[in-house]
Design a protein around this ligand. Structure first.
Ligand code: GDP
Length: 367
């Protein structure tokens, strides 16, 4: 049977069922004399790193390995979903290894976001979360912003060591590595010489000029990410494709906004005021009276309030209410992985509802 086959590139067990998972190869590839998984095939022939995901267990193994090696770690987060895309365990495993933190997808933020302020915020936040990066960068792997600068920093900070690139799925790690690849290898041949000591995991090593390697670790699924609860076809609705356009809502007390059927915002107390919504331009916002909101959700989640889709409703987690008292002016109410609402004046009572397991929080405004 097919589970006897392993990829000659990376040694992973080959499977033909799921293109998103490790070791995928199409059936036709099994007829060949030497079998290579699709990920290694793409790397070999197109110099392209393909995204795959990983179980929590395998990820722990990788973290352990990284902790025991002498390497530079490049950690990628999605700046549109900083907390949701954070890898919470990493700081316990890094050992003495240096870390560069890259906030990717900066192209999605409205122009009014100040880069320096955001970098400072990322530094503070990292510290609170227990990580002490050497440097923090804002980048757009898709547009190529700051890639040269980061490539130079990687070269500087690795001090002749290997480089591990880590990040949860969907932060743009593959896109980032593909950009870096073009920087470090030009159009030259990239060899798949990867293996992961002690496991059968496929790890892609991109050779660097001094015999060391840039190592692409597969992305981990962060279970509390909003993207996890959204149908693949709807990811494009919640994931902004271009700069988000803030939408301003004037609300009276006891009014409610629905963001599709994925999140809900209740304005409870604080007098008529405006709320600036930062969400994907494709996500539909519905306004209603708070007293009608429960019923509206019961009757219309999965159709008018979508995503989620109708057929998902049976398994879609309930929306959980998180209450916040906004004391400071310029506060963001964050719906992890979906977006945020900026409140300009203090003195408001609000509630944010997100699917059970997803985080809602407040932070000092980024703008
Ligand atoms: P991975 O799962 O971390 O390897 O992420 P991918 O590289 O596959 O990217 C995930 C999604 O984010 C894709 O839809 C990319 O097009 C998109 N993406 C990656 N980098 C950027 C970026 O810098 N800006 C924007 N707007 N989208 C990006």
């Amino acid at each position: 049977s097919e589970d006897q086959f392993v990829c000659i590139g990376c040694g992973v067990k080959v499977q033909t069922e799921n293109p998103e998972e490790l070791g995928y190869a199409p059936h036709s590839a099994l007829q060949k004399e030497t079998i290579i998984c699709q990920r290694c095939f793409r790397l070999k022939h197109y110099n392209e790193v393909q995204d795959v995901s990983l179980t929590d267990d395998d990820f722990l193994k990788i973290l352990n390995e990284i902790g025991q090696s002498d390497a530079l770690i490049v950690k990628i987060v999605d700046i549109f979903d900083f907390n949701g895309s954070w890898l919470p365990g990493l700081h316990r495993f890094v050992g003495n290894n240096k870390i560069l933190l890259v906030g990717n997808k900066v192209d999605l933020l409205p122009k009014s976001v100040k880069t320096n302020k955001l970098i400072n915020w990322m530094k503070q936040e990292s510290k609170q979360l227990g990580l002490k990066p050497e440097e923090v960068y804002l980048a757009s792997a898709a547009k190529g912003y700051s890639i040269n600068e980061i490539a130079a920093a990687i070269d500087h900070y690795r001090e002749g060591k290997d480089v591990y690139v880590v990040g949860c799925t969907n932060v743009g790690k593959s896109t980032f590595i593909n950009r870096i690849l073009k920087e470090v290898t030009g159009e030259g041949d990239v060899i798949t010489t990867s293996h992961f000591p002690g496991t059968t995991l496929d790890i892609i090593e991109i050779p660097l000029s001094d015999g060391k390697a840039l190592v692409d670790t597969p992305g981990i699924i962060n279970h509390h990410q909003m993207a996890h609860y959204v149908d693949k076809r709807d990811l494009k609705v919640i994931t902004p494709k271009k700069e988000i356009k803030p939408k301003v809502y004037q609300l009276n007390e006891e009014q409610t906004l629905f963001f599709g059927g994925l999140a809900r915002f209740d304005y409870m107390a604080g007098g008529r005021r405006s709320f600036v919504c930062h969400f994907s331009n494709e996500l539909t916002i519905h306004r209603t009276k708070t007293e009608k909101a429960d019923e509206l959700y019961r009757n219309h989640a999965g159709e008018m309030l979508t995503p989620p889709r109708e057929e998902q409703m049976e398994t879609f987690p309930e929306l959980v209410k998180h209450e916040f008292t906004i004391k400071e002016p310029k506060t963001d109410i964050v719906f992890s992985g979906l977006g945020w609402i900026t409140v300009n004046e203090g003195g408001a009572k609000v509630a944010a509802y997100v699917p059970k397991g997803v985080h809602a929080m407040i932070r000092k405004s980024l703008i």
